[in-house]
Ligand binder design. Structure first.
Ligand code: NG1
Length: 376
């Protein structure tokens, strides 16, 4: 079983508001080799020696391993899907992968998705992909992150050569072709974005702020105390109308978080149009505006991410932004194919040379290939 990681091209910290996002699956993935068992035991071995083997009983109430333990993503999938399967067969599995972990490239969701598919296959079951993606998003809450559904959706629904405009509630996806002359470079900031561990609270706090901001704006006279969803709000008011309304309804951090949600959601539409028409300049400008918003309003950038973005812009990128939850993790930069190698060299020299041995470079710096979703 293989499930890809992803880079998010536009729309961060808004999927949990059920607002559309624009991720793309990449060529790096999590792979699980498994054989079904006749009992309900799940036995796991990871080819990365950092991750200890694990073993548990499949069922509806699986005790989690310690916070941050890799096996929790498999436990999450098995606990969620075991009751659907009924009398469940477990599996023996070897887990392997080439995604940098905790880099904002969604290795955790890829592991969960691959585990869900393995459990279903071990029990000769299958589910429609859309249903599976929704269920995997719910399943991931087992690890304590109150996440949105972007990562599971892209890992399951991605189409080779395309990015995916993903909408939520109900989940749907539109594949948009990536022009062959566009390259997306990914560079890992090497600072850890470990959502399942210490950064869980910061992530959940942003989601909580998105809810609180909605409650605050519903007190505005134009809404008369009726609390809409973000989608309803955006259907009724333009960004230009909403921002002054927000200034009257909230302040400080909450206002900044709300402003990020409003402007980022608008940028997803700009980016989708630019992708459809092959307008790299507009796409890049939207990426740059997104980075500013992620830094100033969402407050999830770091000095290392800033440095990478600056380097990318100085060396030919149309635009660059952090990708995913931030607070570490990777950046993504849009560059013309003809300038991509030059950009990689500049990032290697300007950022990685003094931080990691050259042999590790390929792991942390790559050109993304828009890849297909999970497969057996
Ligand atoms: P990453 O980048 O994998 O930490 C997280 C969430 C997404 C989304 C982004 C921010 C999980 C599994 N994924 O992604 O749903 O909210 O942050 O856009 O928590």
């Amino acid at each position: 079983m293989r499930a890809p990681g992803r880079v998010n091209l536009m729309g961060d910290h808004i999927d949990y508001c059920d607002l559309a996002v624009l991720p793309m699956a990449i060529q790096r993935d999590v792979r699980i080799d498994f054989s079904p068992r006749s009992d309900s035991r799940v036995r796991l071995f990871n080819t990365n020696p950092k991750h200890a083997p694990a073993e548990f009983e499949a069922g509806a109430a699986i005790v989690p391993a310690a916070r941050g333990d890799w096996s929790n993503y498999v436990r999450a999938a098995v606990q969620h899907f075991a009751p659907r399967v009924g009398s469940v067969n477990g599996f023996d599995a070897v887990v392997d992968g080439n995604l940098p972990e905790a880099a904002g490239l969604s290795s955790s969701s890829a592991l969960l998705v691959a585990s869900a598919l393995a459990l279903l296959a071990a029990n000769e079951r299958s589910l429609p992909r859309l249903e599976l993606a929704q269920a995997c998003a719910q399943a991931e809450r087992y690890v304590g992150t109150n996440s949105g559904g972007m990562d599971q959706a892209i890992s399951l629904l991605a189409v080779e050569g395309h990015a995916l405009r993903v909408e939520f509630a109900p989940l749907s996806a539109e594949a948009i072709a990536v022009p062959p002359t566009w390259s997306f470079a990914i560079a890992n900031s090497l600072t850890v974005a470990d959502k399942s561990g210490s950064l869980r609270e910061s992530y959940n706090a942003r989601r909580a702020a998105s809810e609180a901001a909605l409650t605050a704006i519903s007190q505005h006279r134009a809404l008369q105390g009726r609390r809409p969803s973000y989608r309803e709000l955006f259907a009724r008011f333009s960004a230009d109308e909403l921002l002054p309304m927000a200034s009257e309804s909230m302040q400080g951090e909450l206002l900044r978080r709300f402003r990020h949600i409003v402007t980022e959601s608008a940028r997803v539409e700009v980016a989708c149009s630019a992708l459809r028409t092959g307008d790299a300049q507009s796409f890049g400008a939207a990426m740059n505006a997104s980075q500013e918003s992620l830094r100033e309003d969402c407050e999830v950038s770091t000095p290392e991410l800033e440095l990478l973005v600056d380097l990318a812009l100085k060396h030919g990128a149309h635009g660059a932004r952090l990708s995913g939850a931030g607070l570490g993790g990777a950046i993504v930069a849009l560059v013309d194919e003809s300038r991509a190698e030059g950009l990689l060299e500049a990032l290697a020299e300007g950022f990685f040379a003094e931080r990691i041995p050259a042999r590790d470079l390929r792991h942390h710096l790559l050109l993304a290939k828009p890849s297909a979703g999970a497969s057996m």
